[in-house]
Design a protein around this ligand. Sequence first.
Ligand code: C2E
Ligand code: CA
Ligand code: CA
Ligand code: CA
Length: 275
Amino acid sequence: AKADGRGSFRHFEPGMDAQMLERQRLELDLRMAVEKGEFSVHYQPLVNLEDQKVSGFEALLRWSHPVRGNIPPADFIPLAEETGLIDAIGRFVLEQACRDAVTWPDHMKVAVNLSPAQFRTTEVLATVVRALDLSGLRPARLDLEITESLLMDRSDGALQTLKALRELGVGISMDDFGTGYSSLSYLRSFPFTKIKIDKSFVKDLHASADSQAIVRAIVGLGRSMGMKVIAEGIENADDLDFLMQEGCAEGQGYLFSKPRPVSEMAELLESSPAQ
Ligand code: C2E
Ligand code: CA
Ligand code: CA
Ligand code: CA
């Protein structure tokens, strides 16, 4: 047993030591990963449901660890957020995504995920400006995806930063819409240009009357508030059919394509001739 700061005793299970050690190791590896070039960005097509053409790509971070292989973002982003490493990682993703996007046809956008932790300072604004400047990408071709937890945690600073980003001309999407607590009031006070229906409502949509009602309501909400609506996690044709009938503007999911590395970009672009 070890004394903690308050003079009481906390017992450490043998397994817990191992867990902490593991975490420290991962943190050390994470610190080195950017410099060692272990991160890459994969791209998943966003499809215009009206004409079935690719309208852009979502950038999704991948970590290829030299020993452990591919580590999914869900397993290291939380650690990156806690340790502040997310700033450097986020900078990498933004710069890479903008650099890649300038090589695509001009009507295609790139969507980049931002973590709420990146809004702890105003640095994220400078990071976005820099990524646009370095690449020469038109701001209108960049969409930033944020989740509701950002708005809950630090509404004031975040609102100012989002407004400033919006003034630059970049789009702001509310990711995972419907999974938070009070999405509706946030839609009114924050400058969103797009709503992304969470994949939990899209999965088996054709077989769930509840999900259908929710999706219908979100599409109607987007339409009346002037926001584009995109559905993520489309895996089968029946779900796609429902979304198209309801007039959902865009879709994304394994039915169209999994996220793929830049080396396969030519193929992804070929399947979608520029208009
Ligand atoms: P997200 O932003 O909601 O991204 C969508 C996730 O759904 C991605 O998982 C994508 O691969 C997956 N997906 C796409 N289509 C389908 C489908 O048809 N079915 C299913 N079941 N899943 C599908 P991924 O790449 O593992 O990323 C997980 C999460 O990690 C992301 O969720 C996002 O929150 C976070 N993330 C990924 N890249 C970044 C990044 O560069 N920065 C930050 N801050 N977070 C990131
Ligand atoms: Ca996203
Ligand atoms: Ca999402
Ligand atoms: Ca998510």
